[in-house]
Design a protein. Structure first.
Length: 348
């Protein structure tokens, strides 16, 4: 398993997770603490005081600075030590590494690599999660005991729904009637599925009684942006009718590596119906959490455990054709990591 991509944006948290002032989270094997300064600006620092290495996340935010719980050194949003309770002099070598951080679409993103290359145009679009004027947005988080690419495989592969999700969305023979195409623009990959003239299918945000057609044209379009940012556009419409006349839902599935064997899984869904219904919130959250936590996660964790210590490609995984999306994503990410590592090597 190759190393983690560095010059990229990783989701570190939902903005709402910082409501209490600070948050500790390991990202790509880097202990990190997130907080806001007195002006409300976001900061992300290595979660380690340079004095005796206490986690800064155990401290407090005072006057916009993060104060170490051990000996009281205070650090600003740039990682600079600005408070020494024992002297007016700031000790040499007391700065903490700071990361470029950006809030967009209710998501806190961090850039791990060269800050001068932190291109905000590379932030994936999840604007539907921020449109609370016309949408009701639900967000959640799960912790996974597997390398993050195993869940990305799952998300890019529609065919697993038929078998893995028999208690929720699968078991109806849908995937055998589908057509798919894979599109790639630079490092963005789409795997788009269409299911023409099939019996109406469950869509989590729409109860069955709100789907007016007995037979539909259905679609599942899936977008991937490096390293683990996935968006699903799922919908159905009357047979032969344009998508704009149908019903659809958008889902965010964002997977961030914690370590080589653990991952952060953030998911969010927006709906444009039943906006004020807390009962619908509970129904949809319960359904999706069951699908992800009880059906997806045990499989991907078990698969990762079985091949632990092995190289994925050395095991010669069988290719089924419809799983082209997950294969394309793995190959694209592998190429990106290799190119970055090659560029970092000193000239001979």
């Amino acid at each position: 398993m190759e190393g983690f991509l560095q010059n990229t944006w990783y989701m570190a948290a939902w903005e709402s997770e910082l409501a209490e002032g600070k948050l500790s989270r390991r990202i790509a094997d880097i202990p990190m603490v997130l907080f806001r300064n007195a002006q409300g600006e976001l900061a992300a620092l290595v979660d380690r005081c340079p004095h005796r290495f206490a986690p800064l996340s155990m401290g407090t935010v005072e006057n916009g600075n993060l104060v170490c719980p051990y000996h009281g050194l205070g650090f600003d949003q740039h990682g600079k030590c600005v408070v020494n309770p024992f002297s007016d002099k700031i000790p040499a070598g007391s700065s903490v590494r700071a990361f470029k951080v950006k809030a967009k679409d209710a998501i806190v993103w961090v850039w791990l690599g060269d800050e001068s290359r932190a291109d905000e145009s590379l932030l994936p679009d999840y604007s539907f999660l921020n449109d609370t004027s016309t949408n009701r947005v639900l967000r959640d988080y799960l912790k996974l005991a597997c390398h993050y690419e195993y869940l990305v495989d799952n998300l890019m592969d529609v065919t697993h729904i038929e078998w893995a999700h028999r208690k929720t969305f699968g078991g109806r023979g849908l995937v055998q009637h589908g057509k798919h195409e894979t599109l790639q623009n630079a490092n963005e990959v789409w795997i788009n599925w269409s299911f023409p003239n099939v019996p109406k299918q469950p869509i989590p945000i729409y109860p069955d009684e709100q789907i007016p057609w007995e037979r539909t044209d259905m679609w599942i379009d899936t977008r991937w942006n490096a390293p683990g940012n996935v968006m699903l556009d799922i919908g159905q419409t009357a047979v032969g009718a344009p998508r704009e006349e149908g019903l659809k839902q958008l889902l965010a599935h964002i997977v961030t590596p914690e370590t080589a064997t653990t991952s952060h899984y953030f998911w969010g869904v927006a709906r444009g119906v039943n906006l004020d219904s807390e009962a619908e919130d509970r129904r949809i959250s319960g359904l999706l959490r069951f699908a992800f936590e009880a059906e997806d996660v045990p499989l991907v964790e078990a698969a990762a455990k079985v091949v632990e210590g092995e190289n994925f490609w050395d095991l010669k995984p069988v290719h089924l054709g419809p799983d082209i999306g997950s294969t394309r994503v793995r190959r694209t990410l592998e190429t990106m990591v290799r190119k970055e590592a090659d560029a970092a090597k000193p000239a001979q």
